[in-house]
Write a protein that binds this ligand. Structure first.
Ligand code: FES
Ligand code: FES
Length: 159
């Protein structure tokens, strides 16, 4: 049996990982959290509805709770851990913090990943495209106004 058929190879934050092909039905979210110890992608609904688990796969924001490992061979995954630390945060995180958009923080990792993916493709997206991107995310703390203010600033749009 070839090595390709026994493992699923992909990249997580530029590190190559190999998951057993037998785990092909496992969700990417569970793999990140339970196998790799990467806990910043959050489990919210488990049904691709809240956005808390959002990561970036090959440049596209996706909910990791409904991605299965068997479909990830060769894919480059970016997780919220790629957005730096409290001391040296990515600009998206730093701007969310600046606007006090982070309350409990549960939704923020997913939002930050979706906004990063959008800005990586187009640094000056329209307000409408930003609003549509944020529609994928629930914030139970109700900080949507602050989140939008931060995201508009990142795109160079006045609130
Ligand atoms: S946990 Fe994945 S979208 Fe809610
Ligand atoms: S800051 Fe608490 S869910 Fe958004």
């Amino acid at each position: 049996m070839s090595s390709e058929s026994t493992v699923i190879q992909f990249w997580v934050n530029d590190e190559k990982v190999e998951a057993p092909a037998a785990d092909g039905d496992m969700s990417l979210l569970n793999y990140l959290r339970d196998s790799l110890g990467l806990n910043r992608a959050r489990y919210g609904c488990g049904a691709a509805a809240c956005g808390a688990c959002t990561v970036v796969c090959n440049g596209e924001a996706v909910t990791s709770c409904d991605q299965v490992l068997s479909e990830l061979h060769g894919v480059r995954v970016e997780t919220p851990e790629s957005l730096g630390s409290e001391v040296q945060p990515h600009a998206v995180l730093a701007t969310l913090v600046k606007h006090q958009a982070v309350q409990c923080g549960y939704c923020i990792s997913g939002i930050a990943m979706r906004v990063k993916a959008l800005l990586d493709k187009n640094p000056t997206p329209s307000k409408q495209s930003l609003d549509m991107a944020l529609d994928h995310h629930l914030c139970r703390c109700g900080t949507h106004v602050r989140i939008k203010r931060a995201v508009y600033e990142l795109a160079g749009i006045g609130a």
